[in-house]
Design a protein around this ligand. Structure first.
Ligand code: AMP
Length: 147
């Protein structure tokens, strides 16, 4: 079996996130692979067109969220020794952005948690499930405990 060349860690900063991150770091080391990281800021309800024009597009709030997420991403990347050019911060649908960035960057393994902030009640989280179905490369869902 060939070694993986480029691993993408999907980080949602949930309480089990570090378990997933350590696994990604370990595998990247074992395979001598490049390790990149991605975090997606979920689509904000405030930009949801369902509510029509009553709620304005709040640029300041988006900027604040972006800055906070950037800091979190930089912090986790530092513990994993991931350089800035391999840190991806996107806004939108998590599964869509994960699979898009993976394809654009020739990632051959995506690593995520079996569930995160959304999927506690499911066998496999909604993001994990969707990435498994849509990714063109291998996907490793790290089994996380339900508590
Ligand atoms: P979920 O399906 O939301 O329960 O999450 C399953 C896994 O997908 C998490 O453990 C993360 O590895 C990844 N994930 C979920 N949401 C995001 C996000 N917004 N950004 C990056 N990765 C995510």
């Amino acid at each position: 079996m060939n070694n993986y060349q480029h691993i993408l860690l999907a980080a949602d900063f949930s309480e089990h996130g570090l378990t997933v991150a350590k696994k990604a770091q370990h595998l990247a080391h074992q395979h001598q692979a490049k390790l990149s990281i991605i975090h997606i800021i979920d689509n904000l309800p405030i930009t949801d067109t369902t509510y029509g024009p009553i709620i304005p597009f709040d640029m300041d709030l988006n900027d604040l969220l972006m800055t906070a997420a950037k800091n979190k991403l930089a912090e986790l990347s530092k513990t994993l020794n991931i350089p800035e050019q391999q840190q991806h911060l996107e806004m939108g649908s998590a599964s869509l952005e994960i699979t898009n960035i993976a394809e654009e960057n020739n990632v051959d393994l995506i690593i995520l948690g079996s569930h995160g902030r959304h999927g506690l009640a499911l066998l496999l989280g909604s993001t994990a499930n969707s990435v498994l179905h849509h990714a063109k490369c291998d996907v490793l869902a790290v089994r996380l405990q339900d508590n």
